[in-house]
Design a binder for this molecule. Structure first.
Ligand code: ZN
Length: 162
């Protein structure tokens, strides 16, 4: 992991924090070209009531509209949390390249269980079970604690509100 890549991961944490502060779930992602240029960034928007509005799904669709097949294959998606099965499938279908995630789905499930959050209606799976050939890196322990803290804050807010 070089400095530029680390910077992309820090940006994911910032986007996840923005999502949290807007009442959405704390997830953020950036789409970067082979030469390191940030093309697009997204954060979670499920507070809208549409539970499919994950950043990784939005970036996959953005890539399909705006990038050639070759550009997609050479691109990297950095993200605060490992892709869910829906987003991993979208990533695979549009032919995007490497994924670097800060915290794994397994970590997230454990954190949410610890917080007493009810299970999700969609099974959590590692990206490799959805898109076996993809190059995937993570978790990144130095940053995972920050992501964990965002989830802690999100669920303490929603409890206070309900
Ligand atoms: Zn997702």
């Amino acid at each position: 992991m070089n400095d530029a890549e680390l910077q992309n991961l820090h940006r994911c944490v910032e986007l996840a924090t923005e999502a949290l502060e807007a009442g959405d779930e704390p997830f953020g992602s950036v789409l970067v070209t082979a030469d390191g240029t940030v093309l697009a960034e997204e954060r979670n928007h499920v507070g809208s009531g549409d539970r499919t509005r994950h950043p990784e799904f939005a970036l996959a669709r953005w890539a399909a509209t705006n990038m050639t097949i070759e550009e997609r294959a050479a691109a990297t998606v950095f993200t605060s949390g490992e892709h869910c099965p829906m987003c991993a499938a979208a990533h695979g279908w549009v032919g995007l390249g490497r994924i670097v995630y800060i915290s794994s789905s397994k970590q997230l499930s454990a954190w949410l269980a610890e917080l007493g959050v009810p299970g999700s209606p969609v099974q959590s799976l590692p990206i490799h079970e959805v898109v076996p050939s993809l190059v995937v890196e993570g978790p990144i322990p130095d940053l995972a604690e920050q992501v964990r803290d965002l989830h802690r804050r999100f669920y303490s807010f929603s409890r206070a509100a309900s």
